[in-house]
Design a protein around this ligand. Structure first.
Ligand SMILES: C[S@@+](CC[C@H](N)C(=O)[O-])C[C@H]1O[C@@H](n2cnc3c(N)ncnc32)[C@H](O)[C@@H]1O
Length: 269
């Protein structure tokens, strides 16, 4: 706990001073001004009131890359890195990594950008219902110099993909909102009160987006193409029950670091 508090204090101080960790250590003997001290305590108060430190400092690391985050986008989570790993290995198995890949519900753009950086031959399309999220995603793609390889489209789930010249896709990657709206208290208060509801809740049982994706994604996916999808921590059984065996084959389930089934790879028959 103390370590966490120290880490947060260090993060907020580096943000305030515009220093990196090495500078903070090397210049630790310097005395800050009283204005800087007041500004630091203001940041600490925001954090103590529950605001995620990522929104305060405006960034979060994901897959070894730094992403700009604003309160309009979900903060990228470490468990989503498993999904990116799956997609990269599927893409690399295709001809020289020249895959067409869609990221549905891109948010900060972390999935699409991490894939584009790691699969240089891939062509990507990223969608989101939120126009402000797409602006953040586009900023992040440009920051990592892959903005010219990702097309950003606004709309409902796979709907905007139908008109894309990259369709049908080899791979659809998606981390849809999957928290049950019937039980928002499952989420820590910090998440519930600060991260965007549109990025969190997936209907009464959390599975609305999954159901719709299973029905609509085949129209924009090649035969033999894959959909890699992140699910909530109690959703594996309900999810597998939803799979129509005439359409989908379950290829792999990857657990996260807490050994919770988290990433499903499906193959369209
Ligand atoms: C759980 S967040 C995932 C964000 C990002 N891909 C990540 O993994 O950090 C879900 C995203 O889906 C978007 N979204 C919610 N409903 C949607 C819909 N019907 N169609 C498209 N995107 C949607 C939200 O705006 C949000 O950015």
């Amino acid at each position: 706990m103390i370590d966490d508090q120290r880490r947060t204090a260090s993060l907020l101080m580096r943000h305030l001073l515009g220093w990196d960790q090495a500078q903070l250590i090397m210049r630790s003997g310097e005395i800050i001004t009283s204005d800087q001290r007041d500004d630091f305590f203001a940041l600490v108060e925001r954090r103590a009131a529950g605001e995620p430190s990522q929104y305060i400092v405006g960034h979060q690391e994901f897959f070894g890359l730094e992403f700009t985050v604003t309160p309009e986008v979900l903060i990228p989570r470490p468990e989503t890195e498993f999904l990116v790993e799956q997609v990269i290995s599927l893409a690399n198995a295709l001809q020289a990594g020249s895959a067409s890949i869609a990221d549905v519900g891109t948010g900060s753009g972390c999935i699409a950008t991490a894939i584009a950086v790691n699969v240089p031959g891939a062509r990507l399309v990223a969608t989101d219902i939120s126009a402000t999220a797409l602006e953040v995603a586009s900023t992040n793609a440009q920051k990592h110099r892959v903005g010219d390889r990702i097309e950003f489209l606004q709309g409902d789930l796979v709907e905007p993909l139908k008109a894309s010249s990259a369709a049908p896709f080899d791979i659809i990657a998606t981390n849809p909102p999957y928290v049950p709206s019937s039980n928002p208290n499952l989420l820590p208060r910090e998440v519930r009160e600060h991260e965007p509801a549109v990025a969190l809740f997936g209907g009464e049982d959390g599975l609305d987006n999954l159901r719709r994706l299973l029905n609509t994604a085949p129209a924009v996916l090649k035969s033999g193409g894959h959909m890699v999808i992140e699910i909530g921590y109690t959703q594996i059984e309900a999810t597998t029950r939803l799979l129509d065996p005439a359409v989908w084959e379950l290829i792999e389930v990857v657990n996260d670091l807490q050994v919770i089934p988290r990433t499903l790879t499906l193959r369209k028959k």
